[in-house]
Design a protein around this ligand. Sequence first.
Ligand code: HEC
Length: 102
Amino acid sequence: MSKLSCIALLSCMVLLVPPAAMAGGGELFVAKCGACHKKGGQAAPVNPADKAGKVWEKYFKRGRHPVDLAGKVNPKELDEIVAYLVDHAADSDQPEAAAIPK
Ligand code: HEC
């Protein structure tokens, strides 16, 4: 492939995949929650398997998170993230303990 068509192809791929629109709950979790909850970050790494599904369902609704996430995670994103957390919680069929490396 010529260098030019390679560049053309790459720029088309970038246009076709706007990251925010494509992101599912798992990607949002790593991007949004992982912004603080990572090794060496301002908060300790967090993963879906840290809690049971019922706990995650209530966690943000009941205002348990110690930091206000307004302006950082919008309600729609938070819904998707919570759905992912519940799907991969400690008591789920596919617990996820390493989405954010500890
Ligand atoms: C602006 C930074 C920030 C963002 C973004 C953030 N958190 Fe936190 N979170 C904190 C801080 C600070 C604490 C308290 C210190 C700690 O637990 O290390 C905390 C605590 C927590 C705890 C309690 C820890 C425990 O063991 O019970 C959980 C659970 C949690 N966050 C989940 C999340 C999830 C899920 C998201 C994404 C929706 C998120 N956080 C986004 C900063 C953040």
